[in-house]
Each structure stands twice: as structure tokens, then as C-alpha cells.
Write a protein that binds this ligand. Structure first.
Ligand code: ADP
Length: 403
């Protein structure tokens, strides 16, 4: 069975093609600048990259061209060999988990366009077009909220009138589900065996992992026995930790004060909170952590503040989840920042000896790929694990179309 896992932007389409028999990536590729006369298309098979300029007036044309390319390159025997296209979808009103894309799913996603402004509008537009123009290919939406279905009510509910939660779904849904699920499963393979060799195959029922997905957007997740118990993002992906350009947690009563003080409308303020806040808003420099780290190293006080706020927020949730889980067997760093920024890992793990958390600073500095970075006397294992959200979506898509 061959599955394409796709990432959609308003003018882009990127994919990986999986052979589910052995979960090998057969090809990766995509199209950028969809809608222009000069769309850039690339495909990479067995490390060989080919680029060309095509005309893709919309996402349906772009997908058809990619499928033909994959057929020409013998990754598919024909475009119809593709069993499904899977999408890492973010949030929809009233549904979570994994679903075949139909009108009801699209309408539920569209209903949350306003609270997931960066992701839902381009996905809904492109998926609707693909559903119409490529009816022969099943489209599957694997929602980021799905992994968090196991969060218990105490961590799920805001302290608001209960009928708002029940009627309108105003709850902590949580996101980054594909990444946290991957970390949960990979940790079970890697860590459980080291704790108790008789569980070498993985499923150690009490394994407590705190997954730190730190990237363009960031969240922590408390995982017990492979199941999400709490996560830092709430009703929307704008909440929790500060993100690259999104606000993170904010007192809702700050909103009217901001509206009054700036003279902006509520929608304008929300747009600033969703696009010009987080690391970018605080530092006034950039939404890229590398730039903020560089500016801080040169003495820029706002860049330093942005880093301090980010680290403090990660540690806030880390502490909460150690308490929630009654300790931790492992803390795992993943995502662009978690995998690459030794400085951030060092700052986050600093001064936690009392909790048995001790980073090996040398190993942390030289770490590459999937590796342990705790000191020999650390009670808690510290890991860097490159996440693999695509393989999770590919498996979920396979399971959905096989039912
Ligand atoms: P996304 O959440 O969009 O998938 P990533 O997980 O790739 O993004 O993370 C992007 C973030 O990772 C950016 O803010 C970038 O600054 C940060 N990043 C990438 N490489 C490094 C690095 N070498 N050092 C510090 N930060 C890095």
C-alpha cells in the first residue's frame, strides 16, 4: 500500500510518499508558488533531486502533476496505485481523531477558521478542491487533537460555565498530536527497555515521559503509558508556550485593555497576537530562534528577554508535568528548537538537580540526531529525538482506509 502524506500551504503542496509494507519513504517532493505561471516543482527519489518549473494553476493540478512525476519515476505503477492522501489537520469543531474528508469534516474545519487562522483556511480551500477534482483518491484528515483524547477532565476543563464546555467545546484540546504520539511510541521502544530489560519490546505500562516539542510552534505533553495526560496548548494553537510569532498564554481580560489602549479592533488585536507576538513580538527582531539567540549574544536586552520568557514558560509546564506524573522517567526534546538549540536545552534543564535532572553539558553541545544527553548521575533520562510526524499520519491514514 502506498500513501502520500501532504502538507498544504495557501500556495504550496509538499509531500512524502510511503510504502507502508516497510514504511520506507519512496519519494519526497512538492510544488511552490501554486497559482503563478512559474510554479517550482521538485521531486527527490533515492537522494536524487530534480527541480523544474511548471504551471500549476491550483492545488489539484499540482497534485496531479506530482502523481504523474512519481509514476514516471516508477515510484507508483500508475497514479491510481496511490491508496490515499493523508493530512496532518489541526482542529475542527466537534470532531477529533482520524476521518475520511467529506463535506461534514470540511465544514467542521471551516467553522474553526477564525481560531486556527494560520492552518485551517488554506487546508479547507485546498482539500475542498482536491476532493472535487480528484474524487478517486481518498483524502484522510488526521487531527492534531486526536492524541490528546486521553486527557482526563481535570486537565481538560477551563473554569468557565460548564455549559460552554459541553455546548461549544470550549476545552483544552491540545495540538502537536502527531509529534507527541511519535515521541510516546519511540520512547517506549528506546527507554522502557533501559528501565526494565524484561520489557524490551516497549510497552512498559508506567513509563512517564515529558515530550517537549519546541519548534516554530511549541508545546509540552505529559505522557503516561503512551497516553497524553496533559498538554500546554489549550482550545487553540495560540495558547500555552510563546510560539515563534504567536502569543501563548494570555489573560483574556487583557484583551479589552489592549483594544482600548491601541484603538485597534478586536480582530486586529487578535491578528497581532497570532502573527506578531511570541518570540518575534518580545524580541522585536525575528520569529526565528537563531536570530533571537544571535541578537541576545550581542547584548540585545529584548532578545534576551524573549529567550528568558520562552525558557521560563517551558520550565513552568515541565514542573507542572513532573508533579502531574509523580516524577518522570524521561524528558524528550524534539522540533527545530528542541533538536538543534543546545543553549535552550541547557537553560531549560538548569538547576534541576533536586528533581534528579542533570544534563551532560558536553554531550548536549555535540549532540546530533537521536541521542541521550543526561549525565551519568541523572535520575531522569534526557533525550533528543527527531520527531517524525509524517510516519504517524501515514499509519493513521492506512488504518483509516483499511477499515
Ligand atoms: P515547525 O514548527 O514550523 O515545523 P520546526 O520544528 O522546524 O518548525 O522549528 C523551527 C524553529 O527551529 C525556528 O524557530 C528555528 O529558529 C529553530 N531552529 C532551527 N534550527 C536551529 C538551530 N540550529 N538553533 C536554534 N534554533 C533552531
Amino acid at each position: 500500500m502506498k500513501i502520500l502524506v501532504a502538507n498544504l500551504g495557501s500556495t504550496s503542496f509538499k509531500y512524502r510518499l510511503f510504502n507502508m509494507a516497510n514504511e520506507a519513504v519512496l519519494a519526497r517532493g512538492g510544488v511552490e508558488r501554486i497559482g503563478s505561471a512559474q510554479s517550482k516543482c521538485f521531486v527527490e527519489v533515492a537522494g536524487q533531486r530534480e527541480e523544474l518549473t511548471i504551471e500549476a494553476k491550483d492545488h489539484a493540478v499540482a497534485v496531479r502533476l506530482c502523481l504523474q512525476q512519481l509514476t514516471d519515476k516508477k515510484c507508483l505503477s500508475s497514479p491510481t496505485e496511490l491508496s490515499a492522501i493523508g493530512f496532518k489537520a489541526v482542529h475542527a469543531r466537534g470532531i477529533t481523531g482520524v476521518h475520511l474528508v467529506d463535506d461534514a469534516v470540511l465544514a467542521a474545519m471551516e467553522a474553526y477558521n477564525d481560531i486556527v487562522p494560520a492552518h485551517n483556511p488554506p487546508y479547507v480551500t485546498a482539500m475542498r478542491l482536491l476532493a472535487k477534482e480528484l474524487p478517486e483518491i481518498p483524502l484522510v484528515a488526521a487531527f492534531e487533537t486526536g492524541f490528546h483524547e486521553t486527557i482526563p477532565p481535570a486537565e481538560r476543563h477551563y473554569a468557565i460555565p460548564i455549559e460552554w464546555a459541553e455546548k461549544f467545546g470550549i476545552k483544552r484540546w491540545g495540538f502537536h498530536g502527531a509529534s507527541h504520539r511519535y515521541i510516546a511510541e519511540r520512547s517506549a521502544q528506546l527507554i522502557a527497555a533501559t528501565l526494565n530489560p524484561s520489557h524490551a519490546k516497549g510497552q512498559w505500562e508506567e513509563l512517564r515521559v515529558i515530550s517537549c516539542h519546541l519548534g516554530g510552534s511549541s508545546s509540552l505533553c505529559a505522557i503516561r503509558a503512551g497516553k497524553s495526560q496533559a498538554t500546554s496548548m489549550g482550545m487553540t494553537p495560540q495558547s500555552g508556550l510563546p510560539q515563534n510569532n504567536r502569543v501563548g498564554d494570555l489573560d483574556p481580560f487583557a484583551l479589552p485593555a489592549i483594544v482600548r489602549a491601541t484603538g485597534k479592533t478586536l480582530d486586529e488585536v487578535l491578528s497581532v497576537l497570532a502573527n506578531q507576538s511570541g518570540l518575534e513580538g518580545l524580541s522585536g527582531k525575528s520569529n526565528d530562534l537563531r536570530d533571537v539567540e544571535d541578537a541576545a549574544a550581542k547584548g540585545d536586552p529584548n532578545a534576551k528577554l524573549a529567550l528568558d520568557v520562552y525558557v521560563a514558560s517551558v520550565r513552568h509546564y515541565l514542573g507542572a508535568y513532573i508533579v502531574l506524573l509523580g516524577g518522570a522517567d524521561a524528558i524528550v526534546f524534539t522540533g527545530g528548537i528542541g533538536e538543534n538549540s543546545a543553549n535552550m536545552r541547557e537553560a531549560i534543564c538548569g538547576n534541576l538537580d533536586w528533581f534528579g535532572i542533570r544534563l551532560d553539558t558536553e554531550r548536549n553541545r555535540s549532540a546530533r540526531g537521536e541521542v541521550r544527553v543526561d549525565a551519568t548521575n541523572s535520575r531522569v533520562q534526557l533525550w533528543i529525538m527527531p520527531t517524525n510526524e509524517e510516519i504517524i499520519v501515514a499509519r493513521q491514514t492506512r488504518d483509516c482506509v483499511l477499515v
